[in-house]
Ligand binder design. Structure first.
Ligand SMILES: Cc1cc2nc3c(=O)[nH]c(=O)nc-3n(C[C@H](O)[C@H](O)[C@H](O)COP(=O)(O)OP(=O)(O)OC[C@H]3O[C@@H](n4cnc5c(N)ncnc54)[C@H](O)[C@@H]3O)c2cc1C
Ligand SMILES: Cc1cc2nc3c(=O)[nH]c(=O)nc-3n(C[C@H](O)[C@H](O)[C@H](O)COP(=O)(O)O)c2cc1C
Length: 609
């Protein structure tokens, strides 16, 4: 050993008496308490204080024992889970800082000791809009080493997507690579995430409580921002509204059945902004349930237990369980239960299995082969009903206590049978006007008109939508018209709309023409794909107007994209890259960066599904 090393080791280590003392003190600490103590000692040494075991001061406690909870959410689920977790931790005496990940200052990361991230996945394995900047920072060279950090990630996703819970996985892997230590293993939750998220939260808080709560008295607990408490109704407590109108707005010869739906929010006090979505609960089709019961030779009167509640099988299938969306796990279960050849052959190909599940409702999987099963064993393979979201197609400035939607009925042939989507079928076919529907408002701060200020109203907007993707733009127009009526001077606006045919599928045609006439809408370009030999889509119309589109962008326009996520959103994005590249004379990479900047400035917003 070199003399210099000998000197360092003598001063850096404890003598044997000190070591024994330390071992006695920490002998009964839990792993988390040890982690806390190590952070505390590290902080002490950074401050060049002596290594005394004095009780930490209040200031030191605040630095080391605060629990930061960040949510990365696109449609509100992760936000709800994070909020519940924060309340739980707070109730146990933990000092909690709950934040939208978009608002979190990344420079604070190196000072965090305890961090929880609840993250959903969006796009094709991409982070939600609000998490893009944090995600980019974490994966950049600027990300600090995080040896002091103890963290946990709860990932929300949908196993029917190829990149299941990818954002949560990304955060987890990267935090670990930066030296942070997991408190609890990440859990990846599927569509029916509630029960799993609740258990995970409870276990996490029980563990953290020992370490964090002991050092934070009730008086020190910092209040976290209250979320959506202004209204008594929420996803967990939906409002029972009345269906006023469900009117088909596609023509008799259209291949599509699109409904204009109006719902009365009565005196609920529910408030929404243009850009928000409405969450809709539904009952399953009783005819489909009867068909399913018949196939499995059940009467429907069998008693089953769901979440400690006793119900008849028929009631459970109509009101509580998903029977149209099929999880991959159900196909696997039925294949193993029946040993059906076709189903079993899917088990070795994950991708084929996922695609199969997304194209078959539960009854269609059962139809491959049936085999006796108990009612209880069957329902245990089904997920709980999850509400569907619909982009709101109205502004309260115009319709007050109503909310309007544009609903495309999901219907297709399966052999000789016509199958319907559960919620769209409910709204379009099964619910009569005057009947009740449970709803809630899902805020979407990532799809907003420029602010209602002089400058905001003058900002040009470009709206691109196909099919039901027109819905939020109707809300935008109503909102802008109301602003104009109150004296606002409006900037120019441009709508690109695409559907199959002009005569059958031009949704809200008369309204758009009136907006053009009144000047609330400045320009409109339509693409009816089946009205000519060659297919024409919105991206073609955009490209045909490349020069002007780019001029609008350079003048500060906000650009909005709504509708089909699979093809339209990708093709339009590509068209925008091409337009920017050609018009600016820059490279593809620079054009991508141009759009990236627009996105981070919230000037390029998407509401795609
Ligand atoms: C933020 C957001 C906004 C949205 N806005 C709107 C909107 O404004 N308007 C709108 O109409 N929708 C909108 N949606 C979509 C909407 O939420 C529902 O997903 C849609 O209405 C279908 O739901 P469903 O319950 O009717 O069908 P589900 O019961 O969910 O689906 C039926 C099932 O049938 C199967 N299936 C469907 N089609 C086929 C096929 N061709 N072949 C074989 N199997 C098939 C699949 O297994 C599918 O899971 C939005 C979604 C999101 C996330
Ligand atoms: C347009 C869209 C894309 C999605 N992409 C994925 C995906 O790639 N992987 C995944 O696991 N889940 C995906 N999901 C499912 C969501 O992550 C899941 O519904 C989650 O509960 C949403 O949580 P949030 O409301 O907090 O955003 C997607 C959902 C939508 C609407």
């Amino acid at each position: 050993m070199l003399p210099e090393q000998q000197k360092n080791s003598a001063t850096a280590s404890l003598n044997s008496t000190q070591l024994t003392q330390l071992q006695q003190i920490i002998g009964n600490y839990s792993p988390l308490q040890l982690a806390w103590a190590s952070g505390y000692l590290a902080a002490k040494s950074e401050q060049q204080l002596t290594l005394g075991m004095s009780v930490p001061t209040e200031v030191e406690n605040k630095q080391t024992s605060k629990l930061t909870i960040l949510y990365a959410s696109q449609t509100g689920n992760a936000k709800g889970v994070a909020k519940n977790l924060a309340q739980l931790a707070q109730a146990q005496g933990c000092q909690v800082n709950l934040q939208n990940i978009a608002e979190y200052k990344v420079k604070n990361l190196k000072n965090e000791r305890y961090l929880i991230i609840v993250a959903s996945t969006n796009g094709e394995g991409e982070p939600p809009d609000d998490a893009l900047a944090f995600h980019e920072f974490l994966f950049s060279k600027k990300a600090p080493k995080l040896p002091q950090l103890h963290y946990s990630v709860l990932a929300l996703g949908d196993s029917s997507y190829e990149f299941f819970c990818q954002t949560g996985k990304d955060f987890d892997q990267r935090l670990q690579a930066l030296g942070a230590k997991p408190i609890r293993a990440r859990v990846d939750c599927d569509v029916d995430y509630q029960a799993e998220a609740k258990t995970w939260s409870e276990k996490l808080v029980a563990e953290l409580k020992e370490t964090l709560a002991t050092h934070a008295s009730a008086a020190e607990i910092v209040a976290f921002p209250q979320l959506d408490t202004s209204c008594a109704y929420s996803k967990d407590k939906p409002y029972v509204a009345e269906l006023l109108v469900s009117q088909k707005i596609t023509g008799r010869d259209s291949l599509k059945d699109v409904r204009h739906v109006e719902i009365d929010l009565g005196d609920s006090g529910l408030h929404y902004q243009a850009g928000d979505a409405l969450g809709v609960y539904f009952d399953n089709d009783s005819e489909l349930v009867d068909e399913l019961l018949c196939l499995l030779a059940f009467s429907g009167q069998e008693t089953i237990t769901l979440a400690e509640q006793q119900l008849t099988l028929k009631n459970a299938l109509i009101n509580h369980l998903e029977i149209t969306q099929t999880p991959v796990s159900f196909v696997e279960f039925w294949a193993n239960h029946t040993h059906d050849e076709t189903l079993t052959s899917l088990l070795t190909d994950k991708n084929a299995l996922r695609v199969f599940a997304s194209q078959h409702q539960i009854i269609d999987v059962l139809s491959y082969s049936t085999k006796k099963i108990t009612a209880q064993a069957f329902v245990e393979q089904l997920r709980k009903i999850t509400p569907r979201l619909y982009s709101i197609a109205s502004s309260q400035s115009e319709v007050e206590n109503e909310v309007h939607l544009t609903v495309g009925l999901v219907q297709y042939q399966q052999g000789s049978k016509t199958r319907y989507g559960a919620a769209s079928g409910f709204l379009a076919k099964r619910l009569a006007e005057g009947e009740k529907v449970k709803v809630f408002v899902e805020e979407n701060n990532n799809f907003r008109l420029p602010a209602n200020t002089e400058q905001g109203n003058k900002t040009p907007i470009i709206m691109i939508g196909a099919g039901t993707g027109i819905a939020p733009f109707r809300a935008f127009m109503q909102e802008r018209e109301a602003r104009a009526d109150q004296g606002a001077e409006l900037g120019k606006s441009w709508l690109f709309f695409g559907e199959q045919t002009f005569t059958q599928d031009f949704l809200y045609q008369v309204e758009w023409q009136n907006y053009l006439k009144s000047g609330v809408l400045t320009k409109m370009d339509v693409a009816f794909s089946r009205d000519q030999q060659e297919k024409v889509y919105v991206q073609h119309r955009l490209k045909a107007q490349a020069k002007e589109v780019y001029q609008w962008l350079e003048q500060g326009a906000h650009i909005y994209l709504c509708g089909d996520a699979n093809r339209m959103a990708k093709d339009v994005h590509q068209a925008l890259v091409d337009i920017i590249r050609e018009q600016s004379g820059n490279s593809r990479e620079q054009a991508e960066n141009y759009l990236k900047t627009l996105r981070s400035e919230k000037r390029y917003q998407k509401d795609v599904y």
